[in-house]
Design a protein around this ligand. Structure first.
Ligand code: ADP
Ligand code: MG
Length: 448
C-alpha cells in the first residue's frame, strides 16, 4: 500500500490518518462467490467510519486487487460492529488468501491437491514419487516424468506437487504450470515479436523454482520448440530446480525424439499411471461425493464404477450427470434411470457388468425379502440363506473384493463371505433344486 499510495497520489498525512489505523480482520467468500474484506478501524476513528468507507474503500479495493489479483468489496467496521464468527460463511485465513493470487500466477487448479487424490494400485508409485518430489524439490528425482492414458490423473498429481510445495515448503517458491501447447505458443509469439522478446521468454522460463510441463508429447517432433525446451530443461535442472513432465507415453516410446533429450528425460524417474480397478473407481466416486457433499444411491455408484473404466474424467462426468438429473427433476436417481441416462457413455453392446448391489437386489426379489433385510445383520434362516447365495454369486460373478462384498451384506468381514460361498458351493453338490434356483437367479441377473 505504501507503494500504491504514491501511484494513487495519497498524501502521507491521509495515509497515516485513515489507512494505517485499519487492520484486516477477515476475508469472506459470499454465497455468490464474491470476496468481502473486513477491516477494523481503531476506536478513536469510530466517528469517521462512514467517511473512510465512502472515501477510501474504492482505493483500498483497487490496491488489494493490484497486489493480489483478488477483487473484493471492502467493509470497514468498528470494534463493536465486527461480524460475529457465526455470521461468516467461510472464513479465509491469510495463508489461503495469499495463496489464491499465487495460484493464479502459477496456473494451479485449487481442486487438484494430494488430499483430493485417491491412491490405488494403479497410481500408488506415481503418487509416492510425486510426494517425494514435493517434499524434496530439485533434490531427488529430477525430472519426474509421469505418463499414462487420458484422464487418469497426471495433471491432478502435478498440481498436487505444486500446491504442496507452496503450502508446506515455501510459499515464495516460483512455481509455473504450463501445457506444452502454451509453451509452444509463447515461444512462437516471442520469435515473431521484434522487441527482444525471446529474451523475455527465456527469462520467464529459466527463473522459476518448479516447472510443470503437461502433455509433453505435443512438443516432440516440433523441432524448434523441442530445442528451446531442451535448453530450458537443462538450465533448470542444472540449477537444481525441479522439473515435472507429463506425457501420454514413456520417454523410450518417443520415436522421433533425439537421443540426448530422451536420455535426459530418463535420467530422473519415470512413473506410470494405469487405469483404476473397480475398488479404486468406487473410492474415487465416494471421494467425489464427499467433496461435493452429494449423495447418490449406492447401486447407481456401483453401476457407474462397474461400467466406466478407462477414464476418470468420464467417471466423474457420469456421476455429475446423475447428480444433475436428481437436482433438476427432483426425482429419485435409481439404477434404471442411471442405465437409461448413461447409455451413450456406457457402450450398450457390452453386457452390463454385474455388481454386488445388483446381485443383492435380484436375490432379495427372488426370495421375496426386502433389500434392507438381505443387507442387514439379521440371522434368521429365511434371510441368512439368501444372503449366503448372494455372497456366493458376488464372489463367482464379480471381481469385487470380499471385504467390500461383506461390507455391503450387513457389514460382515471377508471370512464370512468365504464361509457363505463355501456353504452354497457345498450344498450345490447335493441339492439339485438349489442349482436350478441359482440358474434362474443368474438368468435374472443378466437377461441378455
Ligand atoms: P490426465 O491429466 O491424466 O488426463 P487429470 O489429472 O486431468 O487426467 O484427471 C481427470 C479427472 O479425474 C480430474 O478431474 C481429476 O481430479 C480426476 N482424477 C484423476 N485421478 C484421480 C484420483 N486418483 N483421485 C481423484 N480424482 C482423480
Ligand atoms: Mg492432463
Amino acid at each position: 500500500i505504501k507503494f500504491l499510495k504514491e501511484e494513487h497520489e495519497l498524501t502521507n498525512v491521509s495515509y497515516n490518518t485513515w489507512i494505517v489505523p485499519l487492520k484486516p480482520y477477515s476475508l469472506i467468500k459470499n454465497d455468490d462467490g464474491n470476496y468481502v474484506l473486513h477491516l477494523v478501524a481503531r476506536e478513536e476513528k469510530t466517528p469517521f467510519i462512514n467517511f473512510v468507507q465512502g472515501k477510501y474503500s474504492l482505493f483500498l479495493s483497487v490496491a488489494v486487487e493490484e497486489i493480489t489479483g483478488i477483487k473484493c468489496e471492502i467493509i470497514i467496521d468498528t470494534e463493536e460492529s465486527i461480524p460475529k464468527p457465526h455470521e461468516h460463511n467461510k472464513l479465509i485465513n491469510s495463508k489461503a488468501y495469499i495463496n489464491s493470487s499465487k495460484l493464479a500466477t502459477a496456473n494451479l487448479n485449487e481442486k487438484y491437491k494430494f488430499n483430493t487424490f485417491v491412491v490405488g494400485k494403479n497410481n500408488n508409485i506415481a503418487h509416492a514419487a510425486s510426494l517425494a518430489v514435493a517434499e524434496s524439490p530439485g533434490e531427488i528425482y529430477n525430472p519426474l516424468f509421469i505418463y499414462g492414458g487420458v484422464g487418469l490423473g497426471k495433471t491432478h498429481l502435478m498440481h498436487s506437487v505444486a500446491h504442496f510445495i507452496l503450502e508446506e515448503k515455501n510459499s515464495d517458491a516460483r512455481v509455473l504450470y504450463v501445457t506444452s501447447e502454451t509453451f509452444t505458443n509463447e515461444l512462437i509469439e516471442s520469435i515473431r515479436n521484434v522487441n527482444n522478446s525471446t529474451a523475455d521468454f527465456r527469462n520467464k522460463y529459466r527463473n522459476i523454482d518448479v516447472l510443470l510441463i503437461d502433455d509433453i508429447q505435443f512438443i516432440i517432433g516440433k523441432e524448434s520448440t523441442q530445442e528451446e525446451f531442451f535448453h530450458t530443461f537443462n538450465a533448470l535442472t542444472g540449477a537444481k530446480k525441479q522439473v515435472i513432465i507429463s506425457s501420454d507415453r514413456p520417454p523410450k516410446d518417443f520415436v522421433t525424439l533425439e537421443e540426448r533429450l530422451k536420455s535426459r528425460f530418463e535420467s530422473g524417474l519415470s512413473v506410470d499411471i494405469q487405469p483404476p480397478d473397480y475398488e479404486t473407481r468406487m473410492a474415487i466416486l465416494h471421494k467425489k461425493e464427499e467433496l461435493e457433499n452429494i449423495s447418490i444411491d449406492d447401486a447407481v455408484v456401483q453401476y457407474i464404477a462397474a461400467n466406466v473404466k478407462s477414464n476418470i474424467r468420464e467417471l466423474e462426468g457420469a456421476l455429475n450427470r446423475m447428480v444433475a438429473m436428481g437436482r433438476l427433476g427432483k426425482i429419485d436417481v435409481t439404477l434404471e434411470l442411471a442405465q437409461e441416462t448413461l447409455k451413450d457413455i456406457i457402450n450398450p453392446n457390452v453386457p452390463v457388468l454385474i455388481t454386488p448391489e445388483h446381485i443383492a437386489k435380484v436375490v432379495a426379489e427372488h426370495y421375496h425379502i426386502s433389500l434392507e433385510d438381505i443387507k442387514s445383520k439379521k440371522k434368521t434362516y429365511d434371510i441368512a440363506y439368501p444372503r449366503q447365495i448372494a455372497m456366493y454369486l458376488c464372489r463367482k460373478m464379480t471381481s469385487v473384493q470380499l471385504k467390500s462384498i461383506g461390507q455391503m451384506l450387513g457389514g460382515r468381514d471377508h471370512s464370512t463371505v468365504i464361509h457363505g460361498y463355501e456353504k452354497i458351493k457345498n450344498d450345490l453338490k447335493y441339492n439339485p433344486d438349489l442349482s436350478a434356483t441359482i440358474n434362474i437367479i443368474t438368468k435374472k441377473l443378466n437377461p441378455q
